[in-house]
Design a protein around this ligand. Structure first.
Ligand SMILES: Nc1ncnc2c1ncn2[C@@H]1O[C@H](COP(=O)(O)OP(=O)(O)OP(=O)(O)O)[C@@H](O)[C@H]1O
Ligand SMILES: [Mg+2]
Length: 165
């Protein structure tokens, strides 16, 4: 499934809609070239999950934990990872686990910004969310289910108002 995202707000809105189908233990991989909108999408997911703290590019850290904020209806922590910092390692999630974050991946939704050409090495079941930038600077998002029940869950994402790409 692909949808057109004309503006950065549309990308955030898509993230919020996607968050509604996410639960603890999920791995979501945001793929796409530099500046495609991966962090904007992660911000939408964070808003939808109701977590605390601004979601920014984790430039100086590999991963950041955002706690659920009960006032925003938050239920699960969000672990936001920038895999550029992990480039080329054989077991990237093992590396994240080894960071000893104060939330385990099992009890969190983990969102990884993966960048171009790295996602293929990931064997764990996950949802890949592919972002592409078009010549007119709009973006196209594509959901790519990788195992488990992701295909069925993708069909339940309700992003009404968006137009198919
Ligand atoms: N439709 C759109 N969706 C997302 N971002 C957009 C869109 N249109 C313009 N932008 C702009 O693109 C820029 C890049 O966004 P963002 O930082 O989310 O990308 P990224 O994929 O995380 O980049 P990086 O590869 O550096 O991590 C932002 O300045 C954002 O405002
Ligand atoms: Mg980013």
């Amino acid at each position: 499934m692909s949808e057109l995202l004309p503006t950065v707000d549309d990308t955030r809105a898509f993230g919020r809609a996607l968050a509604a189908v996410l639960r603890a233990g999920d791995l979501v991989v945001l793929s796409g070239p530099l500046g495609a909108g991966k962090t904007a999408l992660a911000q939408g997911i964070g808003a939808g999950l109701g977590v605390a703290g601004d979601i920014t590019s984790p430039t100086f850290v590999i991963a950041r934990v955002h706690r659920p904020d009960p006032r925003r209806g938050g239920r699960v922590p969000l672990v936001h990872v920038d895999a550029y910092r992990l480039g080329g390692v054989r077991d990237p999630l093992g590396e994240v686990d080894a960071l000893d974050l104060d939330a385990t991946l099992d009890e969190s939704v983990t969102v990884v910004e993966w960048g171009e050409g790295l996602v293929e090495q990931l064997s764990d079941e996950h949802l890949e969310v592919r972002l592409d930038r078009r010549d007119d600077d709009t973006r196209v998002v594509t959901l790519i289910p990788r195992g488990a029940d992701w295909a069925a869950r993708c069909r339940t994402v309700d992003h009404s108002g968006a137009s198919p790409a």
